[in-house]
Design a protein around this ligand. Structure first.
Ligand SMILES: Nc1ncnc2c1ncn2[C@@H]1O[C@H](COP(=O)(O)OP(=O)(O)OP(=O)(O)O)[C@@H](O)[C@H]1O
Ligand SMILES: [Mg+2]
Length: 158
């Protein structure tokens, strides 16, 4: 991919549907962009920029996006970030990369053995996992607590 990000799905109703999907290049810069745009999208949905839940969601996006760019990378392919507000009061974060090998550690390794990204995800997420994404690739997903409607209204009125 030559461009850093390619918008593939931003329907007019995105704000009301509270879903967001975007494709990024599989680079460190693409991963940083994914984190930045996730925070922008959450702010557009009324999440306070400096809130603990926003920070947690941004950190999970950053770690999953970095993993997609480093470990899930395939030449010429990007990764996709998806955000969705669920009726369960959770934010679902999905990062889809083109590598079908789904052998991520189910239980993160001890700190100090190298990886810390999935330890952070395990600590911040209510749940997370890996699903196949046919015809090739996989989706690493995590769900975190969403900002409540009341707090969103308050943030938007500031
Ligand atoms: N998207 C992915 N595709 C394939 N393998 C992955 C993916 N994400 C994680 N892994 C595997 O799981 C391991 C643990 O990931 P984790 O993010 O915890 O650590 P890390 O990426 O190696 O290091 P750090 O996140 O501290 O920079 C990785 O080293 C890699 O082997
Ligand atoms: Mg990592």
């Amino acid at each position: 991919m030559t461009s850093e990000s390619v918008q593939i799905d931003t329907p007019q109703s995105a704000a009301s549907a509270q879903q967001f999907t975007q494709l990024f290049s599989a680079t460190r810069r693409g991963a940083r962009l994914a984190r930045l745009l996730a925070v922008e999208q959450l702010a557009a949905w009324g999440w306070p920029r400096d809130g603990a839940r926003t920070d947690a969601a941004a950190l999970v996006v950053a770690e999953l996006a970095a993993n997609a760019a480093v470990h899930g990378r395939l030449e010429g392919r990007g990764f996709r970030l998806g955000l969705a507000l669920l009726p369960t009061g959770r934010l679902r974060i999905e990062v889809t990369d083109p590598r079908a090998d789904r052998d991520l550690p189910a239980v993160p390794r001890e700190a100090g053995e190298g990886g810390r990204g999935l330890i952070i995800v395990e600590a911040l997420a209510l749940d997370w996992g890996v699903d196949p994404c046919p015809p090739s690739g996989k989706t690493v997903w995590a769900e975190v607590r969403a900002v409540t409607t009341g707090a969103r209204r308050q943030a938007l009125s500031v």
